[in-house]
Design a protein around this ligand. Structure first.
Ligand SMILES: C[S@@+](CC[C@H](N)C(=O)[O-])C[C@H]1O[C@@H](n2cnc3c(N)ncnc32)[C@H](O)[C@@H]1O
Length: 270
């Protein structure tokens, strides 16, 4: 498959799942409408609203995190290449009484499509793996930031790619050669596993910690810190135990702990 065909397959995959995800228990849309935040408490601590006013959420999907940032006081803009995802985001924001701007764009075209800069660029869990060119992504982030603005990145830790889904022995290479992992899913998704879907091919690109950090620094941003967490936000593996509030998943006590999520904050020189 050509790159365009892979991206088109990914877009079809996400388009078909937007409404399914908006109706899924995973995305907790009713709870969001009732005032719950989609953000983890560590995200709220790591990005206080004193850092700026305007926040751009790249790959915002159905907008649950974007809306939660708006509730923290930011003026939010959400970008995604899936128009059906943004249709759901618009509907959910209205139900939440939140004002937001939603813009359909591929990440790489976002500076041209938006034509402006922001105090914060946020990108959240499950985003980078859909991008084949992290160097261009980091340059896009740099272009989208006001001088002195912040990149805030929260992602699943790449260490988890080397482990299979059913038992955590090392199964896959950590290092990659830049080729995509092309998969044909049985159907559904992480949020809607029992749904019947027709667009089931995905192409994902894994990125090592070294590549992520080097691309961000290489684009001219100053990295302030990189944090790692021993919990994650979905049942990535059958061993993981769900916390009592249903938001975090950890390895059982007694098992060696691994980093499952990370966050990073970087600043554009002022
Ligand atoms: C797992 S979601 C991440 C968002 C958020 N953490 C969440 O779970 O709601 C990934 C999003 O990336 C979007 N996406 C994938 N490739 C993209 C691209 N090249 N440009 C813009 N959006 C893209 C998809 O449409 C999807 O909404």
């Amino acid at each position: 498959m050509t790159r365009n065909e892979l991206i088109a397959a990914n877009l079809a995959w996400w388009d078909e799942r937007a409404a399914l995800h908006a109706g899924s228990a995973f995305y907790r849309v009713d709870e969001l409408i009732n005032g719950e935040s989609a953000l983890d408490s560590f995200e709220i601590e790591e990005l206080p609203n004193e850092v700026g006013n305007s926040l751009l959420h790249l790959q915002c999907h159905i907008g649950t995190d974007t809306i939660s940032w708006a509730r923290r006081g930011f003026q939010v803009t959400g970008v995604d290449f899936s128009a059906p995802a943004l249709a759901q985001a618009r509907r959910i924001a209205q139900a939440c009484g939140i004002t937001a701007t939603w813009s359909v764009s591929d990440v790489y075209n976002a500076p041209d499509v938006l034509g402006r800069q922001f105090d914060v660029v946020y990108t959240g869990k499950g985003a980078l793996t859909w991008l084949d060119d992290l160097r261009s992504w980091a340059q896009v982030v740099n272009q989208l930031l006001n001088p002195g603005g912040y990149l805030y990145l929260v992602e699943f830790h790449p260490i988890t790619w080397i482990l299979p889904e059913d038992n955590w022995t090392i199964a896959n290479d950590y290092f990659t050669d830049g080729q995509p992992y092309i998969e044909t899913d049985p159907g559904g998704s992480y949020a809607a596993p029992d749904e019947v879907t027709h667009s089931n091919i995905t192409a994902e690109w894994q990125h090592t910690v070294g590549e992520i950090i080097s691309c961000i620094a290489g684009a001219g941003l100053t990295i302030e810190w990189f944090h790692e967490y021993d919990y994650t936000h979905f049942a990535q593996n059958s061993l993981l135990e769900r916390s009592s509030n249903g938001r975090r998943y950890r390895l059982p006590r007694g098992m060696p702990r691994l980093p499952l999520l990370y966050s990073l904050r970087a600043r554009k020189p002022g």
